[in-house]
Design a protein around this ligand. Sequence first.
Ligand code: NAD
Ligand code: MG
Length: 380
Amino acid sequence: MKKIAILGSTGSIGVQTLEVVRSNKDLQVSALAAGSNIQRLEAQIREFHPGLVAVWSEEKAKELRLLVGDLSVRVVSGMEGLLEVCTYPKAEIVVTAIVGMIGIRPTIAAIQAGKDIALANKETLVTAGHLIMPMAEKYGVRILPVDSEHSAIFQCLNGEDRREIRKLLLTASGGPFRGKKRSDLEHIQVEDALKHPNWSMGQKITIDSSTLVNKGLEMMEARWLFQVEPEDIQIVVQPKSIIHSMVEFADGAVIAQLGTPDMKLPIQYALYYPHRRDLPGERLDFWKLTEITFERPDMETFTGLKLAFAAAKAGGSMPTVYNAANELAVSWFLSRRISYLAIPEIIEWCMAEHRVVPNPDVEQILETERQTYELIESRW
Ligand code: NAD
Ligand code: MG
């Protein structure tokens, strides 16, 4: 029996992780954490019987305690609660499916408690990858990628010598606005940006996919996971999301991982690594598929991707500025406070204002996040 804790159990990845658990009798849920959807949490508690559950606000935690008063589950709240879930002695592996760099402290706590990490929460690696990867090595825990592209690369690297990697080829769908020019993007509304061509995901990552900021975050995620330089990561647009990513090796061989777009595959792969299990669902039919096409990403229109390479090159605290500015800008766009094109503008402006702190520790990363928010709030 493999015991798992899930951070962000009510979200897109969290719910799909529970679907994987539902169809595998040797997985057991020991702890869950979520933001505020206590109705969904209650249903999850009744079905999966975790011993510990964390809800972000204490008020919602109180409500949940009443709802599940007939069960023996303990309900905790706030950052303390999240940390408790991450270090829960009964869990062996923590699925980090929470959204945003709020995942930094919980992920570190889980590593220090010796838990393997099935990592979906890319913002944590983007901002603190230089701390997390050596820490995982020190504590002897595995960081198992859940993001589909990173899972693909991880699968391509099975049995390979990582020193022989020459290039990571990170594929991108191009998002719903592929082929559009800057002037076409001026009047994009929230509803337009929330329509992803191939994947159904949480709101924040769906907006990030449309601006290509998601690919920028994934480039930085990949550089830490696989220890490569940003210039050795090439972004390849492959609109149907059939090739999930590829690796080019020293001898010029390119290995790719393909499949239908279904996040349950990378989730299940992370939970059972290095084994594969049956997974019901559609299979690729190459007779029907007939072609796979490739394009170069348009970084002049989607400047969020270009800025990600600049942030990675600047290093230190700059990826935190990139990420924090994007997190706030996306939440403002979703609440219709700013226009679509203001998202990359805000990121660019915050990066231009920032003096890089080299090799920041956790406190400096969180301080950079605060400063970035203050800067945007004071002047935008
Ligand atoms: P989502 O918005 O659907 O879900 C986020 C989850 O985090 C929810 O359960 C929410 O309650 C929880 N949460 C948010 N703030 C919290 C807080 N303060 N305390 C406790 N819980 C909190 O997001 P998602 O699409 O599932 O994405 C989650 C992460 O996985 C993101 O980092 C995203 O980039 C990454 N990811 C998602 C997909 C996908 O297909 N959805 C694919 C690859 C990577
Ligand atoms: Mg991805």
